[in-house]
Design a protein around this ligand. Structure first.
Ligand code: SMG
Ligand code: MG
Length: 370
């Protein structure tokens, strides 16, 4: 099958509140939204990339350029018989995984809509609801943090992740733990520490955390393997796991007990599923991370998180945690048991609000097969 048309849109959509990590602060989504059309059917995908290359090496401008100059032409040129063909077709382009993911996930959606199958069932999902929590950015002080966490707990979120950095780690975590002794709690450092901080990080052990996420360098596996036995808190990798091979290396090196899966970071739903399967076979738990996706990317995340080895709550909050108005007509809402319901409609199930998408689009390009 040939893809007839690829449309890329650069959007700007403000968050309800700024989101701050150990290394940067984001005010809104700079996602690139991908639409593919073939045989009269439309598929939607999203590259949930940031405005600056501070999480990984990509930003909205690199996705825009690489998708337009290389990925979309390669896709339009190829014969695609199944969604897994896309990764092979785009393989010659090194890295740029978020850019690839936008196109690859759009093709999964296209095939699902053509075949009348939900993305969750295509991927091998086994759940009709997925456990979710909320990721809480760095706040101006501990009082504010307690208010913000309290409000999310009141909303019904049963798992809290705190962003940490030097100077904002032990004390905020202690305060949240002291206020809510029994909640599921975890922390994420976004690569800000070094192996020499091991003793300091071990001070988090007393708080009974589910995990500590990516304490060391974004491209490191080796030092994480050294750090892991120095902590009682289970070590989870995020940034470092960018492919099935990276997952295999981390597992063989015993660098982590848990893997955060983000299909966008890994460059595709197909490869994300491979990471899930490798981890499952090795007895390594996985959970679904988040990149503050719009409703389009979020729908793909929820489908992915319905696979069997996603045994910890995901960073996939309801749409209203991010946006006042989203670019879909069917946002996810939080169920009382801190879950989101897995869509059963064909494809990713997102119903795109094309009028509002047009309003928040700041650049658009259409490429067609001759
Ligand atoms: O999607 O709710 C969300 C955010 C989850 O904390 C989150 N993501 O490293 O895990 C992570 C961060 C990356 C965010 S980049 C802005
Ligand atoms: Mg993370």
């Amino acid at each position: 099958m040939r893809i007839d048309r690829v449309e890329l849109r650069q959007i700007q959509l403000p968050y309800v509140a700024p989101f701050e990590t150990s290394g940067w602060r984001e005010l809104g989504s700079f996602a690139v939204i991908v639409r593919v059309d073939a045989e009269g059917v439309t598929g939607w995908g999203e590259s949930p990339v940031g405005g600056a290359p501070f999480y990984n090496e990509e930003n909205h401008n690199t996705v825009w350029t690489i998708a337009q100059d290389f990925l979309a032409p390669m896709l339009l040129d190829a014969d695609i018989e199944q969604p897994d063909d896309v990764a092979r077709v785009l393989q010659r382009v090194r890295g740029n995984r978020m850019a690839k993911f936008g196109l690859e996930s759009a093709v999964w959606d296209l095939f699902g809509r053509m075949q009348g199958r939900s993305l969750a069932s295509m991927l091998g999902g086994v759940r009709d609801r997925v456990d979710v929590g909320v990721s809480v950015g760095i706040q101006k002080d501990i009082d504010t943090l307690l208010k913000v966490v309290g409000a999310y707990l009141d909303n019904g979120y049963q798992r809290i992740k705190l962003k940490i950095k030097p100077g904002w780690d032990i004390e905020p975590t202690r305060a949240v733990r002291a206020t809510w002794p029994h909640i599921k709690l975890q922390v994420d450092a976004n690569s800000i520490y070094h192996l020499s901080d091991a003793e300091h990080l071990a001070r988090l052990d007393e708080f009974g955390l589910l995990l500590i996420e990516q304490p060391l360098e974004h491209d490191d596996i080796f030092d994480h393997a050294k750090l892991r036995p120095m902590l009682r808190t289970p070590l989870c990798l995020d940034e470092s796991i960018i492919s099935p091979d990276h997952a295999r290396w981390a597992i063989e090196m015993e660098a982590c007990a848990i893997i955060n899966i983000k299909p966008s970071r890994i460059g595709g739903l197909g490869d994300a599923r491979r990471v899930h399967d490798l981890a499952q076979a090795a007895g390594v738990a996985v959970w679904h991370g988040g990149m503050l996706e719009t409703g389009i990317g979020r729908a793909a995340c929820v489908a992915m998180a319905s696979l069997p080895n996603f045994t910890l709550p995901g960073d996939i909050s309801a749409n209203d945690r991010y946006f006042k108005r989203d670019i879909v007509q069917n946002p996810f809402t939080l169920n009382p048991d801190s879950t989101l319901t897995v869509p059963t409609a064909p494809g990713n199930g997102a119903v795109v609000d094309e009028e509002f998408l047009e309003e928040v689009t700041v650049a658009k390009v259409v490429m067609r097969n001759a």
